[in-house]
Design a protein around this ligand. Structure first.
Ligand SMILES: Cc1ncc(COP(=O)(O)O)c(C=O)c1O
Length: 299
């Protein structure tokens, strides 16, 4: 039996301050967020009952909203509390959370000065973003036809729904060709990121990753950089041209959903998931696991 559609699950969704049954968490078709992509969201994971870097995610949600010229009508504390309550209300300890804020239906045009800002939070089980078998061997990436937009063209640093339009098209195109995902270049032709995750490379024991000043500086990306540095590994953030891809030995993607996922191919280039990817996958798992869960696992 196939899994139910996302509007047909059971559970509770936090919707503008209170819980509503999952199937009743609806919006009208004349919603500004739907027509004009005036919506920002987060993707969070909980491990052993603790949402990893919850405050950082909530702060990013608020920053993304500000970039889209609206304010979330709650405090950071209220949203943190609502995320924890959503996890608990749905009986989850390990799962994925999706807070989202969007402009409502009060005005229907480009201008949305008086539209209400709505906020909802859903949580569900989501064990692995890429297929677990594929993940260990390393996933295969195609090159995306679309490029990440210039920050002068679009609000590139916000986690805004509108920016995902080119990601869905690129991921579909990659999947049709048998790849798991697509590598997107920036508007100048440098390596940027995958459609929902940041990218890292290894050359001669040093980690190289694109400078995140023109796309989402992922919370996982920042965590992986800290973990590598804590191991004494040098991490260089810089522009990386696609011509350099054959000079790297290892490659991985990272993001809240993808966690740390080795990459074995990008178009014609090959990488061998090795010690560095394995070490950072293990370090990331240790970092996201709350102390109580670690104690229980070792008992
Ligand atoms: C386009 C894009 N880049 C990067 C990331 C990684 O961000 P994070 O590690 O904060 O989940 C994500 C996932 O949210 C994403 O959608």
């Amino acid at each position: 039996m196939s899994a139910p559609a996302f509007d047909q699950k059971d559970g509770w969704i936090w919707f503008n301050g209170s819980f509503v049954p999952w199937k009743d968490a609806k919006v009208h078709v004349l919603t500004h967020g739907l027509h004009y992509a005036s919506s920002v969201f987060e993707g969070e994971r909980a491990y052993g009952g603790t949402i990893f870097k919850l405050r950082e995610h909530t702060e990013r949600l608020f920053r993304s909203a500000e970039i889209l010229d609206f304010q979330i009508p709650y405090t950071l504390e209220e949203i943190d509390e609502a995320c924890n309550a959503t996890l608990a209300k749905n009986g989850l300890t390990d799962g994925y959370l999706r807070p989202i804020a969007w402009r409502g239906s009060e005005m229907m045009g480009v201008s949305a000065q008086h539209n209400k800002i709505n906020v909802a939070i859903a949580a569900w089980e989501w064990p692995s973003y890429f297929s677990p078998a594929e993940r260990l061997k390393g996933i295969r990436l195609a090159f995306a036809k679309y490029r990440r937009p210039d920050p002068q063209t679009a609000p590139s640093l916000a986690k805004a729904a509108g920016l995902y339009m080119i990601c869905t098209i690129s991921k579909h195109d990659a999947e049709r060709q048998g790849y798991a995902d697509a590598l997107m270049l920036d508007w100048e032709g440098n390596v940027a990121e995958a459609t929902g995750a940041n990218i890292f490379f290894v050359k001669d024991g040093v980690i190289h990753t694109p400078l995140a000043d023109r796309f989402l500086n992922g919370i996982t990306r920042q965590t992986v950089i800290e973990l590598a540095k804590a191991r004494g590994i040098e991490v260089i953030e810089r522009r990386i041209s696609p011509e350099e891809l054959p000079t790297f030995s290892e490659c991985w993607l990272c993001g809240t959903a993808a966690e740390v996922t080795p990459v074995s191919e990008i178009g014609p280039y090959r990488f061998t998931p090795g010690k560095m990817s394995e070490m950072l996958m293990a370090d990331y798992t240790a970092a996201v696991t709350p102390p109580a869960t670690k104690l229980a696992a070792n008992a």
